[in-house]
Design a protein around this ligand. Sequence first.
Ligand code: ZN
Length: 149
Amino acid sequence: MSGTLLDELYKEIILDHYRQPRNKGELVNSTCSANGANPLCGDEIQLQVTLVDNVIEQIAFTGAGCSISQAASSMMTEFVQGRPISEALVGVLSFQEMMTSGVPSEVDGFDDIDALMGVAKFPARVKCASLSWKTLEQALDGNSTATTE
Ligand code: ZN
């Protein structure tokens, strides 16, 4: 596939998540939450997570901002839902790596998320794309319970 076609495909994936965000809304039984903001662009996100035995049973977000920030939030929630905290944190690191390198991640389940790799070329937009992942990290911080001690 030529670079242009791939760019078009990626643009479509991002717009699809922006127009029809996955997991947008509020949870009634959330166990942890965090708010994130990217004042440079005006992006905001409120994240709610329901943890059961260190697994992200449910996740939902509300917020407003540019298409990159909102699409990235949708993609992030789709990826981490149903995964253990440990895998979600691997996602956080892998996304940061992708934003630094501009190379698609090898992580299983990052399919749509790879559409954001081109953002790495635009440092001002990296904050938009990373906002939801950083907010997730905050929400999970200190909420993992040790199972073997
Ligand atoms: Zn933004």
